[in-house]
Design a protein around this ligand. Structure first.
Ligand code: ZN
Length: 191
């Protein structure tokens, strides 16, 4: 029997998409990479192809995820970055040996070369987190307005006024809640 796993929420920013693999963090958390194989599948969505992932590597992946989450949340709140998170992100960035390759179509591809390809993939994710946290990229870290979510996301909208980590899920939920509240108000007004 095939087990149904929660869908991925694939954002355009690698590092915050990774922290989003654990969603509804302030409500009933949903683990979107509950097994090493699901983590392998998630990596493949971003062109980071690994064949195997040991339990140790999988645990390391979740350690990096939480470090990025802690640092991104602090940055979004304008607080100093937690020292343990910075240490952890740097450790993963240093351990990875991935190389960027340019395709003839002008696209970037990652070649994961060393014996531990998962660690190379984690290095790519850590480096992506560093570029966001260091303010090198056009955008701003913000927290999702959904109270049960509060995920950190990278807002690249021109007005920097994006409110939700994901329009299709958190944004829709909020819209629906507002619609129902308005309808109730109207019904009551008509009584
Ligand atoms: Zn959200």
């Amino acid at each position: 029997m095939r087990t149904e796993y929660p869908d991925f929420r694939l954002g355009s920013v690698l590092a915050t998409s990774f922290t989003g693999t654990l969603s509804e963090r302030c409500g009933d958390p949903i683990e979107r990479i509950p097994t090493p194989q699901r983590f392998i599948d998630w990596l493949a969505e971003y062109g980071l192809n690994v064949e195997t992932c040991t339990t140790d590597q999988y645990n390391r992946a979740r350690e990096l995820r939480e470090a990025i989450h802690a640092a991104a949340t602090a940055a979004a709140n304008g607080e100093p970055l937690p020292a343990h998170a910075v240490l952890s992100i740097n450790k993963f960035s240093a351990a990875g040996k991935a190389a960027a390759f340019l395709t003839r179509e002008g696209r970037r591809q990652w070649k994961l070369g060393s014996a531990s390809r998962v660690d190379d993939a984690l290095g790519v994710i850590a480096a992506d987190a560093i570029s966001i946290l260091a303010g090198e990229r056009d955008g701003k870290l913000a927290l999702c307005a959904s109270p049960s979510c509060q995920a950190a996301f990278f807002d690249t909208s021109q007005s920097r006024s994006r409110r939700w980590c994901d329009m299709g899920t958190c944004g829709n939920k909020e819209k629906k809640a507002r619609f129902i509240a308005n309808r109730r108000k109207k019904t009551r007004a008509g009584e």
